[in-house]
Design a protein around this ligand. Structure first.
Ligand SMILES: *Cc1c(COP(=O)(O)O)cnc(C)c1O
Length: 420
């Protein structure tokens, strides 16, 4: 089930007013839904002491959304300097931030380790001599290579640019012990939008086996394992949601077994983005044109700048038409398109929908993660605003739409010519 019935109940009766007040297009996010999901995640792992979700900032890097995560006690997973700055501006520091970069620059390290620091998650063994200082606590991102198969979005681990290979992982930790690090964590991120909970349980088992081996070889103890993000959400109505209860039950059993064998357990960290916010956002856009050529096209006032996933991954996003029930009305097959000069600028392809008239409001589901954040400015298309439906029913503008002045801002600079 895409957008939840609860979110519909909260949003749909107010939507005409919201559209009239703010104008389309916009993404709107559901505070209650985000809080419910966060609480269910916390409850699912409450039996593991020190469980922590580090919200993957890249999924929805809006301070108002990040503040909701903070209210729940969550940390932030960052992979760029601006994401670090955003997290710190909200008051997060130190071990409330994990910095998981790849192809890391010297500036990345400098900022990551300054200003209260963070948990540094290193992507490669060759980065060790590039560290400006030796952190007391260090983590490596592990890439199991042929030991695991990946999934569609993130790809096969053997072909993935991320992480330290199996052959290098022992040496990586050994080098850090020699340099003086005394606290350790282990990270991996293998799945994306994974609905099969067993895959994530398997990842947990893999990491526990790995720290067992590394701990024995190096006589060190691991404070945490971080199983990454990648928990899936049901984009299609026929998708079965991730079984969080069963997933946590099996992961807790693995932790219990580890404790029985070793007399202690590491903490469990997770860095979900999509699972936390994906279902709790929709893109609201208005039908402005239609054309009937070889296919029927409905032109809307949003385009790929607001949502790239259908265009770049062929991803399915469910679409409702406000006040038009597909079960009761005649439907037709249409492509829902934006205005970009790119034929992949389609929110839906040959989708059976109730007959759409100009000015109808379309609700594109599950845009709460990797939606607005991924939008681009190609063809000088500007990104839409973001709204937040608060717990008390009020609706707040949390990011304005881009303007031409924003688009032209990088054309204002001091003359700079290298004469030769
Ligand atoms: C993107 C990313 C995440 C979040 O992924 P989701 O699929 O949104 O849960 C977590 N960790 C890292 C390192 C990432 O790059």
């Amino acid at each position: 089930m895409p957008m939840s019935d609860d979110f519909k109940k909260r949003l749909l009766p107010a939507l005409a007013d919201i559209v009239a007040h703010f104008g389309t297009p916009f993404h709107i996010y559901d505070e209650v839904g985000i809080l419910d999901t966060g609480l269910s995640l916390k409850n699912a792992f409450s039996n593991i002491a020190g469980f922590m979700e580090y919200y993957a900032v890249k999924a929805l890097p809006n301070p108002s959304i990040m503040a909701i995560m903070q209210k729940m006690g969550f940390g932030f997973d960052c992979s760029s300097i601006p994401e670090l700055v955003l997290s710190r501006q909200l008051g997060a520091t130190g071990e409330k931030i994990i910095f998981t970069s790849n192809n890391t620059t010297n500036d990345d390290f400098k900022v990551a380790l300054s200003d209260g620091g963070c948990i540094l998650n290193l992507d490669d063994i060759t980065l060790i001599p590039k560290l400006p200082a030796t952190p007391e606590l260090i983590c490596f991102r592990y890439n199991p290579g042929p030991r695991r198969t990946g999934n569609d979005i993130i790809g096969n681990p053997v072909e993935a640019k991320y992480g330290v290979s199996h052959d290098q992982i022992l040496d990586a930790y050994r080098q850090m012990t020699v340099l003086g690090s005394a606290r350790f964590g282990l990270h991996t991120m293998l799945a994306s939008n994974e609905l099969n909970y067993s895959y994530i349980v398997k990842t947990t088992r893999m990491l526990l086996q790995l720290i067992e081996w590394l701990s024995g070889e190096l006589n060190i103890r691991f404070e945490f394992i971080n199983i990454g993000g990648g928990l899936g959400i049901p984009y299609r109505p026929e998708d079965t949601p991730l079984d969080l209860a069963e997933m946590s039950r099996e992961i807790i059993a693995l932790f219990d077994a580890y404790r029985s064998k070793h007399g202690y357990v590491p903490k469990l960290f997770m860095e979900s983005g999509r699972y936390m916010t994906g279902p709790h956002g929709v893109l609201v856009t208005k039908a402005i044109n239609q054309k009937d050529i070889y296919r029927k096209y409905i032109g809307v006032d949003a385009c790929m700048s607001a949502l790239m996933r259908p265009g770049i991954y062929g991803a399915y996003h469910h679409i409702d038409i406000l006040d038009k029930d597909p079960a009761r009305l005649p439907t037709e097959k249409v492509d829902i398109v934006g205005s970009l000069c790119e034929n992949i600028d389609k929110f839906a392809v040959e989708r059976e929908l109730p007959e759409i008239e100009t000015d109808d409001i379309l609700i594109i589901h599950d845009t709460g993660a990797h939606g607005h954040a991924m939008g681009f400015n190609y063809n000088a298309k500007l990104r839409p605003k973001e709204l937040l439906l608060r717990q008390d029913g009020s609706v707040e503008l949390i990011r304005r739409e881009e303007t031409m002045a924003d688009y032209f801002a990088t054309l204002t600079f001091e003359k700079n010519i290298l004469s030769r």
